[in-house]
Write a protein that binds this ligand. Structure first.
Ligand SMILES: O=C(O)c1ccc(O)c(O)c1
Ligand SMILES: [Mg+2]
Length: 614
């Protein structure tokens, strides 16, 4: 599949954008006019630079407000177009994008628009270029791709075709099926964008909230499936107007972008099944190595300077120590199938506190290959003789994901540590979920990474009110619910006073018993205010005895149609804290209503400890 990206997707100068697109492996770019106008380079120099990088310049965009106008304006518009066609000749760009008129059109008469496009076609022919007409969702008279295709058909000029942009089609809820009625030769260009499902005016939605495919709520595999069936074999290009991407590292964004297209290529093949009539070969679409979601979380790796505090906490929660690894400077703590590999941060590069996640998969080599095909970077870790090799890749936020073999009750690498110090009480069974704080610029990329590499599904995202701002939270989980990873977007106000919402939640068969035991070992949970328990009583009418017990142990409570949820939190150690949860009768949530209370409690506690003089 030939891939392209509009320069408007990326931050930086035009040259930085070209380099980022090249390094991420794109075949070409769309030149967004403002990027060209602001560039100190001449069109010839830009052309040469693209050639040097091996990038094709696939589209010049946008040209606006051309059709449906009166005769005077038409003349001016043709003059404007001639200037841009001449510029395109200097750039060596063959195709120009024409947006449907949003301002100056006086009439919606399709015959008139078609006649004017035909004149534009005649002009384009003189310059050896062509025009791709795109219906903007907010076009004054033309806002629907079928209408644009009809006008192009009426214009009946070989230099006039359509540009299909998934955003304009899917944002309006138009059925992409009718793409199949457009002859492939008349589809001059294709732009792809995803977006979160929002209810807002479509122009603002388009200009600020577009996302790369797989990061939002549109069915782009269906869109692509219909497109492939037409026999289209031109470039598939990303055109993402997004406030975050426009202000973050273009190299990281370009990789996120390239990953999104690689995944979509695979999903399109799945959507088509055998029904493409040989067209997928024509498009050179290739499947990814197929994986199933991980079976479970094999271990988590925590890196903290306050290692003694973490050891004490794990002990209080009933974990057993296996001591140090035979060749590496980490130690292992376990209880049931919950395993924590604990170490200090590397001297020069402090990793996030949750530094690594070990996942059990059917075939680690295949899972690794899929991740590499999806542009993840490989991790190299030194191994001692005979150590089980670590096969892993880096997530966009810098944390590491390792693939281990599933179906082993005690993974082989566990033997590289010592014997457990005690049997433990066994009230903790495994890791329930991992909650990773994502820096604001990596959030969407993080969602796409975990979704595409691990085949985890996104659940609807939520916003949780914290004292420092709103925390956006997105859970990705396997269909069977065993592996759950929650990504939290840290509010920008969360620097100084903040609680980074980064934690590991362990599943317990009896949270109350565990809380009591831990208390006997000197554990003090995060304090939950009495107001919270009054509210719980009002909401759920819980039995007074249970309510008392919850209150005494600082255990939080939730209930829905399926079951009950009991959970408590530890105090943070550095930027990480632990949670223990008990799901009763198939409860599937995370206690969403409790999250603001927990965040406020952590905030207060942090302030209180800082006010104590050292
Ligand atoms: O928002 C716009 O104006 C705009 C411009 C060019 C496009 O291809 C598009 O989809 C939108
Ligand atoms: Mg577009």
């Amino acid at each position: 599949m030939r891939t392209s990206i509009a320069t408007v997707c990326l931050m930086g100068t035009l040259d930085q954008k070209l380099v980022a697109a090249k390094e991420a492996g794109f075949d070409g770019v769309e030149i967004f006019e403002p990027d060209l106008i602001a560039s100190p380079k001449s069109p010839e120099e830009i052309r040469a630079r693209a050639q040097e990088l091996g990038l094709s310049l696939d589209l010049y965009q946008p040209f606006r407000d051309f059709e449906g106008v009166g005769p005077d304006l038409l003349e001016q518009n043709l003059r404007r177009a001639a200037a841009k066609f001449s510029l395109m000749n200097r750039l060596g760009i063959e195709t120009m994008l024409l947006c449907s008129n949003v301002a100056t059109a006086r009439s919606g008469d399709e015959q008139l628009a078609a006649a004017q496009l035909r004149e534009l076609g005649v002009l384009a022919e003189r310059f050896g270029v062509r025009v791709a007409y795109e219906a903007l969702a907010w076009g004054k008279f033309v806002d629907d791709y079928e209408q644009a295709a009809r006008i192009v058909r009426l214009a009946d000029h070989p230099r006039i075709g359509v540009c299909l942009d998934s955003f304009h089609i899917l944002s309006k809820g138009h059925d992409p099926q009718a793409i199949e009625t457009i002859p492939a030769a008349k589809i001059f260009f294709v732009q792809l964008a995803d977006a979160p499902i929002l209810s807002m005016d479509v122009l603002s939605w388009s200009r600020h909230h577009r996302l790369f495919p797989g990061e939002g709520g549109f069915d782009l595999a269906a869109f692509m499936g219909h497109l492939v069936r037409t026999g289209y074999d031109g470039p598939v290009s990303l055109e993402i107007f997004n406030d975050t991407f426009r202000q973050s590292d273009p190299r990281a964004t370009a990789i996120d972008a390239r990953r999104s297209l690689r995944l979509l290529e695979d999903e399109t093949l799945t959507w088509l099944g055998g029904s493409s009539g040989g067209r997928t070969e024509q498009m050179s679409a290739r499947p990814l190595p197929a994986v199933e979601p991980p079976a479970d979380i094999n271990y988590v790796e925590l890196r903290t300077g306050a290692i003694d505090d973490m050891r004490l906490l794990l002990e209080q929660l009933g974990f057993s120590s296996h001591g140090r690894h035979r060749s590496k400077s980490v130690e292992l703590w376990s209880q049931g199938a919950a395993r924590v590999v604990l170490g200090r941060p590397e001297p020069n590069q402090p990793p996030p506190t949750v530094a690594g996640i070990g996942l059990s998969v059917r075939n680690p080599a295949t899972a690794f290959q899929r991740a590499i095909d999806l542009f993840a970077t490989e991790i190299h870790r030194p191994e001692g003789p005979g150590d089980e090799p670590l096969v892993g890749v880096r997530a966009p936020d810098g944390s590491e994901v390792f693939f281990g073999r599933e179906g082993e009750t005690a993974p082989r690498w566990v033997r590289e540590f010592g014997e457990p110090s005690n049997r433990g009480t066994g009230l903790i069974e495994r890791v329930d979920h991992i909650n990773l704080a994502q820096p604001w610029q990596h959030f969407d990329a993080g969602v796409l990474f975990f979704h595409s590499v691990l085949d985890l599904r996104s659940q609807p995202s939520m916003e949780v009110a914290a004292p420092v701002g709103l925390v956006r939270s997105q859970v990705l989980r396997a269909a069977d619910g065993v592996v759950r990873i929650a990504l939290n977007l840290v509010p920008s106000g969360a620097n100084e006073d903040a609680i980074l919402p980064q934690h590991i939640a362990f599943a317990s068969s009896d949270v109350l018993a565990l809380a009591r035991e831990a208390r006997e070992r000197g554990f003090h949970p995060l304090d939950i205010p009495a107001n919270y328990y009054d509210d719980i009583e009002a909401r759920y009418d819980v039995h007074p005895e249970l309510l008392n017990e919850l209150k005494k142990l600082n255990v939080m409570y939730d209930r829905d149609e399926t079951g009950e949820f009991l959970h408590f939190y530890t105090h943070p150690i550095g930027t990480v804290f632990l949670e223990v949860v008990e799901r009763r009768d198939g409860y599937e949530g995370y206690g969403a209503l409790n999250a603001p209370v927990r965040l406020a409690a952590q905030y207060q506690q942090r302030r209180a400890t800082r006010e104590v003089p050292a």
